[in-house]
Design a protein around this ligand. Structure first.
Ligand SMILES: CC(C)(COP(=O)(O)OP(=O)(O)OC[C@H]1O[C@@H](n2cnc3c(N)ncnc32)[C@H](O)[C@@H]1OP(=O)(O)O)[C@@H](O)C(=O)NCCC(=O)NCCS
Length: 333
């Protein structure tokens, strides 16, 4: 009987570079409040958000993802031809097929890398990171480009008081490659589909078929229940990711949670008893909640502003629609 050969990968994976793209148009709370009954003060107190970026017609998922990816490649010093796989975390790419990743892989010049999209809501980026690490360690790929790219404004109802002020558009990317030392910890992930209705598209797209008077589907959420789930459950998941990596909060240089809302971020940091020296990402203040793009955007912001050091250890946690979540620890690029 013959036996199969299998691929042999690197001992470990690491992040080699990070890049970001924020749309040019900055939108203030006052502008959001032209469509909803709210105020700058209410939005700042309840969410911490002061401004966010909204994409123009040319700032598509592919264009934003491409620009972020080019910056990440330059930061990593890796050429497009060295990329074996492109993974895009997004749930706002409105063209059902093909995957945005295949277009980006072509436009950036990988010369035919494998490419696919991942849909896990606001936890999409950390899911994709786990896939990338697994590919490198199994030998399926040597370098992987992981991109989070969202146009939330295509799915958010500008007249919905519960969501209109929260979300923004943008893209962030990381380049992953092999490492001789551990630089990405174990992933702690999971889902609770029994609560899938708490953040969801109101109707499937085909509900519009034969029903032209219907309001188009939008993203809806039960803000209070999502808030409670995030605050009570996600700090425990983040702690489990630290434990799995054999780390304590004092070992961290940075905490980069999904940028859902400042109150959620602060509550998680308190619950985990993070020492004052840990840099907590608060990109949400000027970027809003960009779903699958928020963690790489916040990572780029922490590094480029000098608030977290290259080579430092960061705890990442993505959580949201599904309900789904994924947390891991990384050495910063
Ligand atoms: C959305 C969120 C900010 C709303 O805050 P909240 O305190 O839960 O708000 P509630 O819906 O309980 O409403 C409280 C009051 O504020 C009012 N309110 C609700 N939305 C408002 C708005 N946009 N502007 C002004 N007032 C608003 C309500 O009418 C209510 O008024 P009342 O007390 O007079 O009845 C909050 O639930 C939240 O942050 N949820 C998590 C959302 C999130 O992060 N989602 C993404 C996860 S990936």
């Amino acid at each position: 009987m013959s036996t199969l050969k299998t691929s042999v990968g690197a001992s470990y994976a690491q992040l080699l570079g990070v890049g970001a793209y924020r749309p040019t148009r900055v939108v203030t709370n006052e502008e959001v409040c032209r469509r909803i009954d709210s105020s700058d003060e209410w939005i700042r107190v309840r969410s911490g958000i002061g401004t966010r970026h909204w994409a123009g017609p040319d700032e598509t998922i592919v264009e934003m993802g491409l620009t972020a990816a080019e910056k990440a490649l330059a930061h990593a010093g890796v050429s497009p031809r060295e990329i074996d796989c492109v993974v895009v975390a997004t749930f706002t790419h409105l063209r059902q097929t093909p995957a945005a990743a295949t277009e980006i892989a072509h436009l950036i010049g990988t010369g035919g890398a494998a490419a696919f999209d991942v849909s896990a809501g606001c936890a999409g980026f950390t899911h994709a990171l786990s896939l990338g690490s697994g590919m490198i360690r199994s030998g399926t790929a040597r370098h992987v480009l992981v991109i989070g790219a969202e146009r939330m404004t295509d799915l958010v109802d500008p007249e919905d008081r519960s969501t209109a002020f929260i979300f923004g558009d943008g893209a962030g990317a990381v380049v992953m490659g092999p490492s001789d030392v551990p630089a990405i910890g174990p992933t702690v992930w999971g889902s609770d589909g029994s609560q899938a209705h708490l953040i969801a598209q109101s109707e499937p797209w085909d509900a519009l078929r034969g029903n032209p008077d219907m309001k188009r589907p939008y993203l809806r959420q039960d803000g209070q229940l999502v808030f409670r789930w995030a605050v009570w459950e996600m700090a425990k998941i983040a702690q489990r990711a630290l434990d799995a990596a054999g780390l304590t909060p004092g070992d961290l240089d940075a905490f980069i949670p999904h940028q859902a809302n400042m109150r959620i971020i602060d509550a998680m940091a308190r619950a985990m008893k993070l020492p004052a020296g840990v840099a907590v990402a608060r990109d949400v203040v000027t970027t809003g909640n960009t779903s699958g793009a928020s963690i790489p955007l916040a990572m780029e912001n922490l590094l480029s502003s000098g608030r977290a050091p290259s080579g430092g250890i960061a705890l990442l946690i993505g959580f949201g629609a599904g309900l789904s979540y994924a947390a891991t620890t990384v050495t910063l690029p």
